[in-house]
Ligand binder design. Structure first.
Ligand code: ADP
Ligand code: ASP
Ligand code: MG
Length: 465
């Protein structure tokens, strides 16, 4: 079997759903020649998840404007259905779509009344995008004679209750998926992004999580390949919106893809690689807008290029906290206290570096977490602050982490030096540096205002097609 995932970028309107379905049709006919099948994982329509979250936030703030956003969603979903199928066919699917919209409007009204939207409610609200889009797409396929069935992953992907970024119970989910997909009539149209906890409460796997769903489905069903269909020709050597010379990387290793996506390349969700590596399933990135382009293969054994770096990526909107104090020198235990305090407050440290003098530790966070990080540090390290073992916390905001990634860096000396001298010549100063212990990545922090210049400088110095 083969799993094909189409992202929101591929489905902005009825016409694009037709394009997706025609790609699926061609691939499924090809597969049938060898007695194989395809399963499809589809995201919400373009922008719908953002709009759903925005609706929830407005409703929580008691702002009537949420209704306008809700109406825009309802209008788009219904008009897409009618444009694709009309009003007289697939009436059960149309009723199901209308029932979902009614339920969503009631949930939003409830949020507005109580002026509170928990992470749990937000996951339920966000889940409607995938559910509605797959309902519409499956109905459209049937209406043109393609056997297709809607599959809701809340019955299949079991997670913990960490709403917004739920962790998957692979073993249990694999069992359920395998059974369910076996029984599907025709092509399974599977909701990406969503799952449920032990009590059956809706959860989500994190933004961009449909890629991850596709790879879970592929691993569970023993598929030969996962195809991630998006709006670019593959994994590029840098974000094409910032670096105009970025080019498609034909083959990339699982680890490189994982590092690139962890450091901001949203073309693929970092967790997508986990089930794929486990079962050795190659991932192919393809362009819905340009299906004949070969795309990028992400796999274990790949043919290597000769550049020392494979690609660069960046995480925007970050902030740094520098923990400084002479009393930290030679005093064991401070780092563990720091990380314990942050972990207890569920704060994610993206990058860590310690000066060799041990006089300071710098930690980089997403900007939205930095206030909470500071509170946690002040609370947990109050004794060290009083005794002056730690002198102060220095905060720098409006930063960006840039990361250069490549398996070829392993064991090749001098790359960091070359990166930093190129940046120096371009007049860009670096606030902190860290190298991943795998030696596959070198990350550094700069001021956000230098972002494009820094990305282009490193790209041009190392990356040639
Ligand atoms: P989808 O909706 O299909 O999941 P996303 O918007 O999540 O699509 O991801 C695709 C986008 O990722 C591209 O349009 C591109 O702008 C962005 N992107 C960032 N970095 C990279 C990269 N290194 N290679 C390819 N695309 C990238
Ligand atoms: N629709 C979800 C999001 O926008 C999941 C996805 O597109 O992968 O984050
Ligand atoms: Mg995506």
């Amino acid at each position: 079997m083969k799993v094909m995932k189409f992202g929101g970028s591929s489905v902005k309107d009825a016409e694009k759903i037709r394009d997706v379905v025609s790609i699926v049709k061609i691939e499924s006919e090809k597969a049938q020649e060898t007695d194989a099948g395809v399963a499809v994982v589809l995201s919400a329509m373009k922008g719908i998840t953002d709009t759903l979250i925005n609706c929830a936030e407005l409703a929580e703030a008691g702002d009537e404007a949420y209704l306008e956003s809700f109406k825009a969603i309802a209008q788009l979903e219904k008009s897409t259905f009618i444009e694709l199928i009309g009003k007289d066919k697939e009436t059960e699917a149309l009723e199901s779509l209308e029932a979902m919209l009614l339920e969503l409007s009631e949930i939003l009204m409830g949020v507005k009344m109580v002026k509170e939207c928990s992470a749990r409610s937000l996951d339920l609200i966000s889940s409607f995008g995938e559910r509605m889009n797959n309902t519409v797409a499956a109905a459209y396929m049937r209406s043109i004679g393609i056997d297709a069935e809607y599959v809701d992953t809340r019955e299949l992907v079991l997670t913990d209750s960490n709403y917004g970024a739920a962790k998957v119970n692979y073993a249990e989910s694999y069992k359920l998926i395998k059974e369910r997909i076996k029984g599907v009539s025709g092509i399974a149209m599977i909701t990406g992004f969503i799952g449920s906890n032990e009590e059956g409460v809706t959860t989500t796997l994190g933004r961009n999580g449909s890629d991850f769903t596709a790879s879970i489905i592929a691993a569970a069903t023993g598929s030969e390949v996962v195809e991630i269909w998006t709006d670019v020709d593959g994994v590029l050597s840098a974000d094409p919106r910032s670096v105009k010379n970025a080019y498609v990387i034909p083959e990339i290793s699982y680890q490189e893809a994982m590092e690139l996506s962890y450091f901001g390349a949203e073309v693929i969700h970092p967790y997508t690689m986990i089930p794929a590596v486990d079962r050795d399933i190659p991932i192919l990135i393809k362009n819905t807008l340009n299906p004949s382009a070969p795309g990028t293969v992400i796999a274990r054994n790949i043919s290597r290029h000769s550049n020392p770096i494979t690609g660069i990526a960046s995480i925007k909107n970050t902030a740094l906290i520098n923990i400084e104090g002479n009393g930290m020198i030679g005093t064991p235990g401070i780092a563990s206290k720091v990380f314990g305090a942050l972990a207890d407050s569920a704060i994610n440290v993206i990058m860590i570096s310690q000066a060799s003098s041990e006089h300071s530790i710098s930690l980089v966070f997403r900007s939205v977490q930095v206030d909470r990080a500071l509170e946690a540090l002040n609370r947990e390290l109050s004794v060290e602050l009083k005794s002056k073992r730690i002198e102060k916390f220095v905060i720098r905001e409006d930063l960006e982490i840039i990361s250069a990634i490549g398996d070829n860096m392993v064991g090749t000396p001098g790359i960091a030096g070359r990166i930093f001298s190129a940046l120096g010549e371009a007049g860009i100063s670096i606030l902190s540096i860290a190298q991943g212990s795998s030696e596959r990545s070198i990350s550094f922090v700069i001021e956000k205002k230098h972002s494009d210049k820094a990305l282009n400088t490193v790209h041009d110095a190392f990356l040639t097609n």
